[in-house]
Write a protein that binds this ligand. Structure first.
Ligand code: SAH
Length: 252
């Protein structure tokens, strides 16, 4: 009697941007494994009937390692339980959902994936920044800034990224921002390229910092930018509008 695992993305913040299917599987869950990225509104409304486990994999403060989380998912599923692994945004975009799916496959555990609205697109768009635009960006590249570009064995080709047209959307890039902007300028990207950093997108304490490739790292340090934040690099950033014009979608 094997249970089932649901890999659920809760969206960028707030219940309103979560799929109805996600709500359904949460209501029927026996166990919910979550971290803090879904945000207060989603986490405070989790059903009381399910066993809830905070795996607390937030920034660099890991309370549970990835393999320990997967072991728990396997354990509960093998007990016949409906297990929801709940994550912010979409669980397959820099969310390790793909690895979790593979592990469940190895154990013969059925998996249902419930897609979420990814912060990589939704957070910029809710401050008026479209990641593509007919005039300015026919390409969008989403990448993790988790790796220091000066590291020899980087999985990313920064020279190629510096030359690529369109928009760059960087997740997990706050810590390495000085190295990232330096690597892009070294690779030949225009130093005047507009950059926006959106911290805690779609939360009440959202904050946007604007600059160019040359000065954004300095500005970020000056104002104390902290994760979670989305960094957008490209001409589309000039379409940014602040919330005073009524375009914002803040849900908490
Ligand atoms: N799977 C998630 C991303 C997980 S990686 C998704 O699809 O959205 C974690 C990174 O996502 C953070 O470091 C940050 O770069 C970004 N992020 C997620 N939610 C965010 C939010 N509400 N505001 C700003 N950045 C966010």
């Amino acid at each position: 009697m094997t249970g089932k695992v649901y890999l659920v993305g809760s969206g960028p913040g707030g219940l309103g941007l979560m799929a109805m299917r996600a709500q359904e599987v949460l209501e029927a869950a026996d166990v919910i494994l979550f971290d803090q990225l879904p945000g207060e509104e989603v986490l405070s409304s989790l059903p009381t009937t399910a066993e809830k486990i905070d795996v607390g994999k937030y920034g660099s403060r890991h309370t549970l390692e990835q393999n320990e989380i997967e072991d728990l998912m396997v354990k509960y599923a093998k007990e016949g339980k409906r297990v929801v692994r709940l994550k912010g945004g979409d669980s397959f975009l820099f969310g390790r959902g793909g690895e979790e799916m593979e592990t469940m496959r190895e154990h013969g555990i059925p998996v249902e994936v419930v897609p979420g609205i990814t912060s990589a697109i939704a957070v910029p768009e809710c401050v008026g920044i479209p990641v593509t635009h007919r005039k300015w960006a026919s390409q969008v590249t989403m990448l993790t800034g988790h790796e220091d570009p000066t590291k020899e064995e980087s999985a990313l080709n920064w020279r190629w990224l510096a030359k690529s047209p369109g928009t760059l959307v960087i997740l997990m890039g706050v810590k390495n921002l000085p190295q990232i902007t330096a690597a892009l300028m070294d690779g030949g990207m225009d130093a005047a390229k507009p950059v926006a950093i959106i911290e805690r997108g779609m939360r009440v304490d959202q904050r946007v910092t604007l600059g160019t490739l040359t000065d954004i790292a300095e500005k970020a340090t000056a104002v104390g930018v902290r994760p979670p934040a989305i960094i957008v690099i490209g001409e589309v950033v000039t379409l940014y509008r602040d919330g005073s014009e009524g375009a914002m979608h803040i849900t908490e």
